[in-house]
Design a protein around this ligand. Structure first.
Ligand SMILES: Cc1ncc(COP(=O)(O)O)c(C=O)c1O
Length: 371
């Protein structure tokens, strides 16, 4: 199917990267990296140039999210998946409760389940559905995934958890584009290869004073914990604008470029642009009988990752293969484990509205050429 489809020249987008992560990194960031490379890439992360870069990132994130006093930006190698274990080992006292909405929230739940001394429970909904997480005095951590990248479901409300409980939020694919009240959140973490246009293998963890105190308290516990997963090491180094072990400096540079770009606009404008793209997608899906939103409840539809079911007689696999070979769009197939005839398209900040508009026209043209 679609072997003979061709794309009119005027519809070719300026960039083919519409994937939900690793995501499009603007050429301007790469050029800036090239210009600065000799001053920073291949230099020590304990020396002023890289520490200054880390400091700029940390301050840039504080500015962008307008973090409350006492919140710190902790960072290190490993990514969000690494943190799933590190949180289970070092930030949960006895009980964590997980809201499971898809593959990533499920992985986080399973990571805590493996920690022998924890009592781990979950509230699970059918994939594609949303949920309003509730406070629970019975647990000492509630774990929520802000934007479930596998299903395209975003959370719209977070609970007030009370003084004895930490609210931990995996914000990986929503960070930067989905508003959160940081006064409610104790741990907000993400890998940068999504909206923040870095490379993978790294994490940012924004911690409230309550979360910092919990880390300190549990550091005294005599249970086994690999040194590389020590919150004490991560926090002490981050407060000195460093990481515990050596980071990929070029990726940090790219993230800093993205934070600068987003700070020029401000969070409200970045979010407005994200919603504008979601509106465009919504009108498109509603106007085509062969398309349907995977996420039926409008309030939970992500303004960061769009998941769209396509009528089964039009193979999304074939369509994606053709668009890839034409160098028009890559990485827009649905999450593999969901096994649906589904498109998953990034609405991240660096995807231009006009390019998205072109992509949607191309997909319609391709499908309608098979009718
Ligand atoms: C919501 C969410 N959590 C966690 C991860 C895992 O991130 P990483 O591969 O950087 O560990 C991803 C990756 O896509 C994600 O989307």
């Amino acid at each position: 199917m679609f072997e003979n489809f061709n794309v009119p020249q005027e519809l070719r987008p300026s960039d083919q990267r519409f994937g939900v992560g690793p995501s499009l990194i603007p050429n301007s960031h790469i050029s800036a990296l090239l210009e600065q490379a000799q001053k920073i890439v291949g230099t020590s992360h304990r020396k002023p140039a890289v520490r200054k870069l880390c400091q700029q990132i940390q301050e840039g994130l504080k500015q962008y999210f307008d973090l409350p006093a006492g919140y710190e930006v902790i960072m290190g190698n490993g990514g969000a998946t690494f943190l799933f274990d590190m949180i289970g080992l070092g930030l949960v006292k006895k009980k964590s409760l997980h809201y499971v909405l898809g593959e990533f929230s499920s992985k986080w739940y399973k990571a805590h389940k493996l920690v022998p001394w924890l009592d781990v429970t979950k509230v699970e909904v059918d994939y594609g559905h949303g949920v309003h997480p509730q406070a629970s005095a019975d647990v000492d951590m509630i774990c929520c995934t802000l934007n479930e990248t596998s299903t395209g479901v975003q959370l719209t409300e977070l609970p007030d958890v009370g003084a004895q409980t930490l609210l931990a939020v995996d914000a990986t694919s929503g960070a930067g584009q989905i508003k959160v009240d940081f006064n409610k959140v104790d741990l907000y973490f993400f890998s940068p290869q999504k909206v923040f246009a870095g490379e993978g293998g790294f994490y940012f963890a924004i911690m409230s004073p309550k979360a910092l105190a919990r880390a300190k308290e549990l550091e005294q516990r005599e249970t086994y914990r690999p040194e590389v997963m020590s919150w004490k090491n991560a926090i002490e180094n981050s407060l000195k604008n460093q990481t515990y072990n050596t980071p990929a400096i070029s990726s940090l540079f790219l993230v800093n470029e993205q934070i600068k770009l987003m700070n020029q606009l401000g969070e409200a404008e970045v979010i407005r642009q994200a919603k504008e793209k979601l509106n465009l997608i919504t009108k498109w899906v509603e106007s085509k009988s062969y398309l349907d939103f995977f996420v039926k409840q409008k309030e939970f539809r992500s303004q960061s990752v769009a998941t769209i079911d396509v009528e089964s007689k039009y193979s999304v696999g074939d369509l994606c293969e053709r668009l890839r070979s034409l160098e028009v769009a890559i990485d827009i197939e649905g999450y593999r484990k969901l096994n649906r005839n589904q498109l998953r398209i990034s609405l991240f900040h660096n995807i231009h509205y006009k390019d998205l508009e072109k992509l949607l026209k191309i997909i319609s043209l391709a499908i309608e050429s098979e009718k």
